[in-house]
Structures are given as structure tokens and as C-alpha cells.
Design a protein around this ligand. Structure first.
Ligand code: UD1
Length: 419
């Protein structure tokens, strides 16, 4: 089992290059199902979830023509199986993203129901409701969603809540439907916008990109294109929190500051000096962070995927803070682990109250989700003694070479393998 061994080593200084966004790369890879031509993606992060998506598409008959580092050429003109099996879906809930494009292009799709996960029940009812409104016949049999439609029909869909992959699934499906689809209360996350921009390059007709109302005029077919995946705002935010906690001066290259305004404002409130250019962010932190309150909400408000990392920062900040998680019902699994490291956090329901402490103390910790694991790495960077973070396969789902990137700016962090 691989683990990370971390020792505090003072301030972080230097440069880190940000990878492409996991949450954009996954739907973009699935968009290849919408065309018989080749989709060429660049700036693809090398992550376990990307590999899982590749396996999923290959299992359906897709040909991966190039999988160079950070680059994929993928062709779906030989799809011979429209099923996403449980074995893969259970390891990655985003597998549900094959449902919309497969149904729209091939007239049928079967996707294993994802089931619960560590951070909550996460149902897919909005995905199914939208596809039904577009004329799909949907049944749940033997744990699988089975969907059929000769050709999807445009529809007016108002989503009950803002759902990121739900919006992406319906957006992809609508590109090949006959007539006009209006998606209201659509997610505005930058990864949805990135997908929409790529679909337009593929020949889709989409109005309202970046707003809560997407209007899609269906077309007969889409073609291939080349698209560069938007930089990962959550990876960038995680490294900014690391510097806000450890101190120092770091420049993030290949970043997208315009997609992370709220996070940058919160870091400024915590005492960091942030500067940005078109594709870089610099952070200068010369003081202990100040405690800041957070409430997670859909974009452009504060992202749930940054909640755990800011909790780690608040744990060592001056003063006390309140963190409210409104997106997922069970996303405080890092709290008991941070407390084992000496943090003073009490959580009840979706609210955590954090009393900042001067120092954390290293120990062996683990987390059962991706961002909670990242939060424990951050805590390890400033804790006294040694911190061992176990179960880092969660981290590898969403962070490319995290130990190397942090090591390059001065952190002492090492991957160890004990069987
Ligand atoms: C995506 C991101 C994930 C992020 C989350 C919220 C990807 C691959 N993952 O997950 O990193 O944390 O957005 O920003 O992009 N819901 C329903 N019914 C549905 C769909 C969602 O009740 O049909 C609920 C969920 O349980 C949750 C909320 O809506 O409480 C938001 O979930 P959603 O935006 O769908 O999350 P994901 O798309 O799974």
C-alpha cells in the first residue's frame, strides 16, 4: 500500500505548473462518444480517473490512437458495446458521463448505478429526469440504468438543483437531439464551460455558455476537433492553501485565475498577497493565516472541492471560523483526522467550528475521499514531527505527482511503499 511521508520544512518557494482539470478532462473524454471522428485533447492530466475513463471507453470499443503524456487522441467509430459495467463505475462515479452521449449517438446505453460514496448518497435522478424529458425510455434493471431512444427530442428542462455532471450529461445528449433543448438552472462551473466550448468546436450549436440557461439547437452529427483542457482550479487552490499555511512565495504557471475568483478572495482575506496574470497566479504569505468563514455553494461561489483544504488552513489560523458545507451531506471526514493531529474542530450537521491552534502534530492519518486526503497532506506540511498519509490512491485519482510538485518548492514529502 502506498503512503506519503511528510515532514515540515518551513516556507515554500518557487514555481509549480498546474495540470489540466480532472473534472473537465473526464466529460471531454466522454464527448468523444458523440462523433465518429477523432477527438484530440491536450493538457490532459495524468490521473487514475483519466485512466479509468480510458478503460471504460476502450471497453465500449473506442480506439485510443495516442496516449502520450498529457495528450489523447480518441476515436469512437468502432463502438460495439454501449454498457458501462459496475466494476469501473464503482471506482469512479463520473462514469455516469457516458450515459448522455452514448444514448444520443447510438440510441441506447446501459450504465451501472453508481450507488453511494464516501461523501454522500449522490443520486443521478436529475440526469434521468432530463433524458426522459428528451424522450428516452429509461428503466432500472439489475442495478443498471437502461436507456433507449430512436432519436432524442429537444425539451425544456428545469433542473431541481445545480448538478455539474447532470448538466454535462444533458448538454452532451442535447447536441445530437432533434430540435431545441433549453437547460435551466444549469451548472456554471468552468469545467461545464470548457466542455461546452469543445462541443461548439465539434459543430454543436450552444447559446448561453457560462450562464445558468443553456440553449442547444441539436445537429445531425458532430465532428472531431483539438481542444486543450482548462487548468485545474482545485489543484491550483490546494497549492495556494499549502503556501498560505507554510508561508513563502510561489508562482503557479498554466493556471486559470479567472476561474477561481472566490478562492483567491478568501486567501487574500486570510492574509496572502495574491497577484494574477492571464495564466499565472503568485502568492506571497509572510504571516500566520487569519481564520476565515466559508460556505460552499455552486460556482461562482466557494467550491465544495476546496472546503477540506481551507479547513486545514483554518485549523492553524489565528482566530476561530465557521465552515458550512451545503453541497454534500457527509463531507467532514477530515475533521476527526485533523483533530487527531491537534486541531480544535467541532462539527455538527453541515457546520464546523474551528478554533485555530498554533501548531499541529504529525501522526498517521488517512481519508476516504480525494479532497480530504489533500487536506491531510497540507496539515502534514506544517505539523511537528512526521505525518504519514495512508490510502493515497484517493489522491492519485485527482492530483498529478503531488509529491513531486510540492517537493519542487521545498516540501519534504516522499512516497513510500510498504507491503
Ligand atoms: C461534480 C464534481 C465534484 C464536485 C461536485 C460539486 C466531477 C467529475 N465531479 O460532482 O468534484 O464536488 O460536482 O461541485 O465533475 N444531486 C442530486 N441528483 C442528481 C445529481 C446531483 O440530488 O441527479 C445532488 C448531489 O447529491 C449533490 C448535489 O446535487 O448534493 C451536487 O452534485 P453534483 O453537482 O451532481 O456533483 P457531481 O456532478 O457528482
Amino acid at each position: 500500500m502506498e503512503k506519503l511521508k511528510i515532514r515540515a520544512n518551513g516556507a515554500l518557494n518557487g514555481e509549480i505548473t498546474i495540470s489540466g482539470a480532472k473534472n473537465a478532462a473526464l466529460p471531454l473524454l466522454c464527448a468523444s462518444l458523440l462523433t465518429s471522428e477523432t477527438l484530440h485533447l491536450t493538457n490532459v492530466p495524468m490521473l487514475r480517473d483519466v485512466k479509468t475513463t480510458q478503460k471504460l471507453l476502450q471497453g465500449m470499443g473506442a480506439r485510443v490512437l495516442t496516449d502520450n503524456i498529457h495528450e489523447f487522441e480518441i476515436n469512437c467509430n468502432s463502438i460495439n458495446n454501449t454498457c458501462a459495467p459496475y466494476d469501473l463505475v464503482k471506482t469512479m462515479r463520473a462514469s455516469i458521463l457516458v450515459l448522455g452521449p452514448t444514448l444520443a449517438h447510438f440510441g441506447e446505453a446501459q450504465v451501472s448505478l453508481p450507488g453511494g460514496c464516501a461523501i454522500g448518497s449522490r443520486p443521478v435522478d436529475q440526469h434521468l429526469k432530463g433524458l426522459e424529458a428528451m424522450g428516452a425510455e429509461i428503466s432500472i434493471e439489475h442495478g443498471y440504468v437502461k436507456a433507449r431512444a430512436q432519436r432524442l427530442q429537444g425539451a425544456h428542462i428545469v433542473m431541481d438543483m445545480v448538478t455539474v455532471t447532470g448538466t454535462e450529461n444533458l448538454l452532451m445528449a442535447a447536441t445530437l437531439a432533434s430540435g431545441t433543448t433549453v437547460l435551466e438552472n444549469a451548472a456554471m462551473e468552468p469545467e461545464v464551460t470548457d466542455l461546452a466550448n469543445c462541443l461548439v468546436k465539434m459543430g454543436a450549436n450552444i447559446q448561453g455558455i457560462g450562464t445558468p440557461t443553456l440553449t442547444i439547437q441539436g445537429v445531425e452529427k458532430l465532428h472531431g476537433c483539438t481542444h486543450s483542457v482548462v487548468p485545474d482550479r482545485i489543484e491550483a487552490g490546494t497549492f495556494l492553501c499549502a503556501v498560505a499555511m507554510a508561508g513563502g512565495k510561489v508562482v503557479l504557471k498554466n493556471a486559470a485565475p479567472k476561474t477561481m475568483q472566490t478562492v483567491l478572495e478568501k486567501l487574500t482575506e486570510a492574509g496572502a498577497i495574491i497577484e494574477t496574470g492571464e495564466n499565472w497566479i503568485s502568492i506571497d504569505m509572510q504571516q500566520r493565516p487569519k481564520a476565515i468563514d466559508i460556505r460552499t455553494l455552486p460556482y461562482p461561489a466557494f467550491p465544495t472541492d476546496m472546503q477540506a483544504q481551507f479547513m486545514a488552513m483554518n485549523a492553524i489560523a489565528t482566530g476561530s471560523s465557521k465552515v458550512v458545507e451545503t453541497i454534500f451531506e457527509n463531507r467532514f471526514m477530515h475533521v476527526p483526522e485533523l483533530n487527531r493531529m491537534g486541531a480544535r474542530i467541532s462539527a455538527e450537521g453541515n457546520t464546523a467550528i474551528i478554533q485555530g491552534v498554533e501548531e499541529l502534530s504529525g501522526t498517521t492519518v488517512m481519508a476516504t475521499d480525494l479532497r480530504a486526503s489533500a487536506c491531510l497532506v497540507l496539515a502534514g506540511l506544517v505539523a511537528s514531527g512526521e505525518t504519514i498519509v495512508e490510502r493515497i490512491y484517493h489522491l492519485d485519482r485527482g492530483y498529478e505527482n503531488i509529491e513531486q510538485k510540492l517537493g519542487n518548492v521545498g516540501a519534504i514529502i516522499e512516497r513510500i511503499n510498504d507491503h
